[in-house]
Design a protein around this ligand. Sequence first.
Ligand code: MD3
Ligand code: FE
Length: 214
Amino acid sequence: MNDLFAALQSGTRTQLSVQACVLHGFALPFEDALLAGIATIADAAPFRHLVTPGGHAMQVAMTNSGRFGWCSDRRGYRYDRSDPQTGKPWPVLPDAFLRLARDAAAEAGFDGYLPDACLINRYAPGTRLSLHQDRDEDDRVAPIVSVSLGLPATFLLGGFARGDACVRVPLAHGDVVVWGGADRMRFHGVLPVKPGLHPRTGEARFNLTFRKVK
Ligand code: MD3
Ligand code: FE
């Protein structure tokens, strides 16, 4: 997406489904705090390529912040209170992260959102995230708030069965997506990130997903 189109889109909303919408540019006022927060979190809990239960290293590098962190290894997927790599609790959610998540959820019609986990994904050019559902949270109704930073990507939004058709959703730096209610359990993924250099993140796309786990 070019800069002019991005600027025109900023502040608008795209309704993807009944309870799923993109808030274009909603995170832009928070960008400095978000990038600083990611750096601080990654100092304490470094990005790593988790291994799937099938034994494959994931292309996306991940870390977490909040009371719970998403983990994967040969034993399965789960949320842990501490980072298995350091044995320490996950870094606390920065105030600016919580404020953005709450404001975006409210803007999308979900008042009083208080997430207890933030999964941070880092994509290098060429990295993709295959089609999946987020089903490891106890709370399957609370919305998920997703924040895109850095290189753009094409998000795939599917249906409730793996084989259902997908729509392609372009996501740019500063875009926020809120998914609630029924739409929460849709299959979704990310196409390989195209090579590029972003002024704020270099050769990387970051995605924060706020979740309510317990
Ligand atoms: C739609 N991350 O971390 S965020 C994930 O861009 C994940 O890194 C993607 O999928 C990323 O699990 C997409 C947007 C998102 C997150 C959860 C959803 C979309 C969703 C749950 C249901 C439907
Ligand atoms: Fe997901």
